[in-house]
Ligand binder design. Sequence first.
Ligand SMILES: [Mg+2]
Length: 334
Amino acid sequence: MNVERFSVPLSRPLSTAAGTVDERTGFLVWVTVDGAAGVGEATPLPGWTEPLDACETALRGVSNPVATLDDGTLAGAPAARHGVSLAVLDARARAADRPLYRHLGGDADREAVPVNATIGDADPGATAEAAVRAVDAGFPAVKLKVGARPLSADLDRLEAVRKRCPDVALRADANGAWTPATAERALEALVELDVAFVEQPLAAANLGGHAALAGGPVGVGLDEGVVEHGAEAVLKAGAADIVVCKPMALGGVDRARTAAVRARAAGCEAVVTTTIDAAVARAGAVHLAASLPDVPACGLATGGRLADDLWDDVATVADGVVPVPQGDGSLPPE
Ligand SMILES: [Mg+2]
C-alpha cells in the first residue's frame, strides 16, 4: 500500500473545530487487490475525524489493506479507514469491470445524482439572493446555515428565501446551536415556510431531545449526532427522520452505505454529504449516493470550495445534479 500526502487550497477559508483552515490536507492511498489497482483518499477534518497526524500514523501502520478494514486497527481513525476502504473498493470494482456504485449494490444505471446548494449565514436580502442564484442554476434544494443569529432573525432569512423561491426544497442546518426550547419554536414556525427538515437542531449528545422533536411535519436530520453515536443508536432512539451520511466521518463509503440502508429500512431518509473532500473522496461519495435508489438531493456540490484539485472533472455540478462516473471503479478516466 502506498500513501502519498497532498494539500489542495480552498477557494475560501473553512471554519472547523480547530479554527479556520485555508487548505485541505490528506493522503492518497494506493492499493493492489487481486491484481487490480485502486485509489482512495483520507482527508481528516477536525471535529469530524481523527487529526492529520493520527491519520498518517494509522495509514503508515497498515500492512494488509483488506484485513485491516475489519480487524479494528483503524477504529478511531475514520478518515484513514475511509482512504483504505475506498482504495480496496475501487480495486474490486475495477476487477469486476463495473462502476463503483454498481459494485456497492446499486441495482440500476444512474447517470446523475441531485444535489443541494448550501448557503451560509448572511442577512435576509443576501441570503435570498444566494438562493435565487442557486435555483436559477438548477439546484432542486437549498440548505441554509442557521443558528448564528437569534431565531427571529433566522426565520426572517428563511421567509425571505421562501418568498423569492416558492418551489425550492428548503432545508436548514443549525449544527447543534439551538436549545430544546428554541428548536421546538423553530420547528413550529418552519411548518408554514414548508421547510423539509432541519439538520442537527440540538447538540450532538442530546439524542433524547432529538427524539422528542422528530416525527413532525418538519423533519429532524442528524449529522454530527450520527458521527457521535452511530446510525444504529440514532435509529434505535428514534432521534432522526433523516440520517446524514458523511463517508469520511463514518469510516468509509461502505460503512456510510450500511448506515443509509439501515436508516431507510427503519423508515428514515438518508442523504450523503462530503466533508469538503478532494476529488477522489468526492467521487466515492457520489457513487454511494448513486447506489441508493431515489436518493434525495445530497450535499455533494462541494468541489467549488477547492481552488485546485487532485483530479479533473469529478463531481462537477451542472443543472443541480452531479454526473456519476460510469467507467470501471470510482474515478472517470484521466
Ligand atoms: Mg450538517
